[in-house]
Design a protein around this ligand. Structure first.
Ligand SMILES: [Zn+2]
Length: 157
């Protein structure tokens, strides 16, 4: 088991603890679906997923999850159109408030560590179009985070 896969396993067990819904992508057929905690076989192709899963997004409730899965399974060129048609459970947010961004940072923290990939998933789940690194660097500027390494930050408060 490589280091990345261990990280993924740890993340999934933490999703379980926080009861967050995760949108994952099958490495075999490329389709997405939602899980809480661990997942077994791909519901699209039946491939045993094991550790070979990509976390696409994180949602906080079932309706957000449905929307995220629907969007993730659309061909790239149809996604924008689909986003227009789906009920706006999540408004696309280009100028999110500082408090919303901070709540995303908190949601993505595991033991006070914020991983950029996970923060990115939480931001997408909220419909926020700002890059995770930009959000994190702004929080660093405000003294909320410190940079830990290339891909993660430490929550200070
Ligand atoms: Zn599959």
């Amino acid at each position: 088991m490589g280091e990345n896969l261990q990280v993924l396993a740890v993340q999934i067990s933490h999703f379980e603890a926080f009861e967050l819904y995760t949108v994952v992508r099958c490495a075999e057929c490329g389709k997405c679906w939602g899980v809480i905690g661990k997942t077994r076989n791909c519901p699209h192709c039946g491939n045993p997923t094991g550790d070979n899963l990509q976390i696409v997004s994180v949602a906080e409730n079932a309706s957000d999850l449905q929307r995220e899965v629907a969007i993730a399974n659309m061909p790239e060129n149809l996604r924008d159109e689909l986003k227009e048609k789906l009920p706006r459970a999540i408004e696309m947010n280009e100028n999110p408030s500082a408090s919303l961004l901070y709540s995303c940072i908190r949601t993505s923290a595991i033991d006070d560590v914020i991983n950029l990939n996970r923060l990115s998933g939480v931001l997408r789940g909220k419909g926020i179009s700002v890059q995770a690194e930009e959000v994190a660097e702004e929080a660093v500027a405000q003294g909320l985070l410190i940079r830990r390494d290339e891909k993660s930050y430490l929550l200070l408060q």
